[in-house]
Design a protein around this ligand. Sequence first.
Ligand SMILES: C[S@@+](CC[C@H](N)C(=O)[O-])C[C@H]1O[C@@H](n2cnc3c(N)ncnc32)[C@H](O)[C@@H]1O
Length: 285
Amino acid sequence: MDGTTENQAQAQRRTIVSFVRRNTRLTPKLQKAWDENADRYLLGIPRQDAEHDVSVAAGFRLDEDFQRSQWGRIRPLIVEVGTGQGENIAAAAAARPDCNFLAVEVFDQGIAHTLSRCQHQALSNLRIAQADAAQLFATAFPDGSLEEVWTYFPDPWPKMKHHKRRLIQAPFAANVLRCLRPEGLWRIATDIDDYALQVHETLDFFPGFANVGAKNVSLATEHVGKGNADEAAMLPHALFRESERYGGRIVTSFERKGLEAGHTVRDLTYRKTAPTTGVAATEKE
Ligand SMILES: C[S@@+](CC[C@H](N)C(=O)[O-])C[C@H]1O[C@@H](n2cnc3c(N)ncnc32)[C@H](O)[C@@H]1O
C-alpha cells in the first residue's frame, strides 16, 4: 500500500459511525424486489472489511468510467445520503432525466424498497450504493465530481451523549466540499431544531461553503437533548438564515411523522464557493 492509499485507509477507519444496522429479514415481497433488481440497480462496492459489509475499499473510485459503466451515460450526478425507503430520490430521478442519481443507504429494507421503486417506475438514471456515506465521501468520489449532495432528515441522535454520532460534522463536511463541483449545492433538511443548530455551527462559517438561505429564523443557541427540548424555549436565541422548502424535495413518510408530531421542518442550503483543490480531506482527531 503506498503512502496516499494508506492515509486514505486510515481516514476511513476514523469516520463517524452515524447509523445502527437494523437489518431484519426481508419480507418475501421485498426479497423478490431485491432478487429481481439488485443486478441492475445496486452497485458492486468493493469492501474494506468483509465483516463490515457497508465499508468501502480505500482504492474504489466512483469516477466517470465507473459512472459510464453503471448508468450508461455521464450526466450531472446528484447524491442523496441516507435515502431511507427511497421515496424522495425515486421521485427526483423520475422528474429529472437530465441527471444521474445515487442513493446511499446502509439499511437492507430501505434498499429493497428503493429497488422496488426503481423497477415500478422503470428508472434508468438511479443507482443505489449500500455503503457508509462517511467512507464513500472520504475516498470514492473524485474531487469536484458531484452536482449536488442531499441529506434529508439525517438520524437525529437526540441524546446529548450521542450528538457526536451525528453525520453532519466538520470531517464529513470537508469531504462533501471536496466532492462537490464549484458552485455545487449541499441541501439539508431536518425536523430537529437541535440538529439545525448543529448544521449552522458546522457550516455557516465553514471555509469554502456559503449559506444561501434568505429566510431569518430564530433558534436557541445552546444544545439540548431528548426530553429537554422544551427547555430550548427558555434559552437565549439568535437569528440564523435558512431556505424556503426546496421544490425538488417531496414529503416522505419520515417527514410526515415529524409534521404530525408538531415538529418544524427546516431546509438549509450551502453552496461551494471554493475551487476544487485536489486535496483529500481527512478526519482530525
Ligand atoms: C431518519 S432516516 C431518513 C430517511 C429519508 N431521508 C427520509 O426522509 O425518509 C435516516 C437514514 O439515514 C441512513 N443513514 C444514517 N447514517 C448513514 C450513513 N453513514 N450512510 C448511509 N446511510 C446512513 C439511515 O439508515 C436511515 O435510513
